[in-house]
Ligand binder design. Structure first.
Ligand code: AMP
Ligand code: ZN
Length: 488
């Protein structure tokens, strides 16, 4: 199966047969979160997509070194090397030490990833833990004549680099267009050209996060950390580098320029970019406020939802779209995914109880091939899920005595389906029949509570709500009645 995996490479714009640098081993680097606030569902979509990709590579038998960093310094408020450091700013606003902010949101990120059943990466390095490596790279790029110091800061010289290289190769931008698209420097700027980007910034007196360097007390530019950490843990050239598509420019473009200047080689063989999760047709984003937090989704505690959804339903919803397609979040879409998820769980459960016959009336080998054909086609999870539903149809037919499976076919189908549903899509088994018993019981309890409310017996109605909450069930009163969800 391994040779057949094709990956869409942003660099070439084509699906390419995947060939790892070292046989049976993969080096994969994914840009991690900037830990100055909670991750929203959009961020989660990107990390869950790469979790699926990681899981599939493991399933194919690769030994994967998966590095996903934590950005805890250097990410300024805007991409033009201006504004405050996002973490410093949050620390100032909340009167906390920057590392308290980092700790708080890193812990929160891990908790959310665990709820989504995402595997931890093999290495999770931080930008602040790699200042020395970053300084070394800056020095080397200066030595090569591709960066210059200006007033204690160091900038990458894009135009000089471009004389022998192709800046813009990843995002398909031409340097001439980039130049004409930027505003003129006003003479106050430290940069020689507006395209140049910071490798090192001198800290202003109010900037709390600062380290000594040959140029100033300062801090590294945001793009540099990923070059330093990917180089340290995966080498000068590695297999896969990923992130959301909004990171293509400038972040990943700058990474290529820095790494090539530092090592002389193209750092990455396959650049992979995930598409955005949208809300009301617009990208979910921290800065605009157009977003939903995972905990709001689980509890239903938001005006966007009539009830909460289990993290596995949300994961299934994400897997129903290809990682390179845009996906719009809505209550209706989640409700449809919940039905689909339950149907799949029921199918997986029924599969365990099927009895076999001498011969099969179904083409199980063909079905299994279609599962792999989907995944090998650039991790096409929506097609895989459609094929898994085909399998559920067959399972139901066998259950009803309308079809039969041989012992070998049944065993093959069981092991492949379990591996793909649980190990690769990363879903956890949820017993649907338990769920429906719980639903019936909750219907009775909420009916009793409704009666209490109608009789203005607030003591009883509040007691029921509080006791359910203690038992891990959140009850929400809305204008269309009362809904409930299991706290995850
Ligand atoms: P940040 O913490 O802002 O650096 O973002 C972490 C990751 O989430 C990056 O890979 C982003 O590209 C990705 N991301 C941000 N917004 C969205 C979104 N709406 N949908 C999918 N991924 C996103
Ligand atoms: Zn990065």
């Amino acid at each position: 199966m391994q040779n057949q995996l094709k990956i869409y490479n942003t660099l070439t714009g084509e699906k390419e047969v995947f060939q790892s640098i070292l046989e049976n081993q993969v080096g994969m680097y994914v840009c991690g979160p900037t830990v100055y606030s909670d991750v929203h569902l959009g961020n989660c979509r990107t990390f869950i997509s790469f979790d699926m990709i990681y899981r599939y590579l493991l399933h194919l038998g690769y030994k994967v070194r998966y590095v996903r960093n934590i950005t805890d310094a250097g990410h300024l408020e805007n991409d033009a090397d201006e504004g405050e450091d996002k973490i410093s700013k949050k620390a100032r606003l909340e009167s906390l030490e920057p590392m308290e902010i980092v700790q708080k949101y890193t812990t929160g990120f891990h908790e959310i990833m665990a709820k989504f059943n995402a595997l931890p990466p093999s290495i999770e390095p931080t930008a602040t833990g790699h200042i020395i490596e970053q300084i070394e790279i800056v020095q080397e790029i200066i030595n090569k004549g591709l960066a210059y110091e200006s007033n204690g800061s160091v900038y990458f010289d894009v135009e000089t680099y471009n004389q022998e290289n192709d800046y813009g190769t990843l995002s398909k931008r031409k340097i001439e267009d980039l130049i004409s698209g930027t505003r003129d420097l006003d003479g106050q700027s430290e940069k020689r050209s507006p395209l140049d980007f910071a490798l090192w910034k001198k800290a202003s007196p109010s900037h709390i996060m600062r380290w000594p360097s040959p140029w100033s007390l300062g801090f590294p530019g945001w793009h540099l950390e990923c070059t330093a950490m990917s180089h340290k843990y995966l080498g000068a050239q590695f297999d896969i580098h990923g992130g959301g598509m909004d990171l293509k420019f400038p972040h990943h473009e700058c990474e290529i320029a820095q790494a090539k200047s530092f090592t002389g080689t193209n750092p990455v063989n396959y650049w992979m970019h995930t598409n955005m999760l949208t809300l009301n047709g617009k990208k979910m984003s921290k800065s605009t406020g157009n977003n939903l937090l995972p905990d709001e989704l689980f509890s239903g505690d938001t005006t966007l939802l009539e009830k909460g959804f289990h993290p596995m339903v949300a994961r299934f919803f994400m897997m129903q779209a290809h990682y390179r397609s845009e996906l719009d979040f809505s209550f209706e879409a989640l409700t449809a995914s919940e039905k689909g998820f339950h149907k799949l769980m029921q199918g997986v459960k029924d599969l365990e109880l099927l009895s076999t016959k001498e011969a099969s009336t179904e083409d199980v080998d063909g079905l299994i091939s279609s599962f792999y054909a989907a995944m090998n086609d650039d991790f096409n999870t929506p097609v895989l899920i459609a094929q898994l539903f085909e399998a559920v149809t067959i399972i139901n037919k066998v259950k009803d005595g309308k079809s039969s499976l041989s012992k070998d076919d049944l065993n093959n189908l069981k092991s492949t389906m379990n591996a793909l549903v649980f190990d690769v899509l990363g879903l956890n088994y949820i017993d649907v029949s338990d769920d429906s018993k719980l639903s019936s019981a909750m219907e009775i309890i909420l009916e009793l509570r409704k009666n209490a409310r109608e009789n203005k017996n607030w003591e009883i109605s509040d007691l029921i709500r509080d006791k359910l909450n203690e038992a891990g069930i959140a009850v929400k009163d809305g204008k269309d009645g009362t809904s409930w969800s299991v706290n995850s």
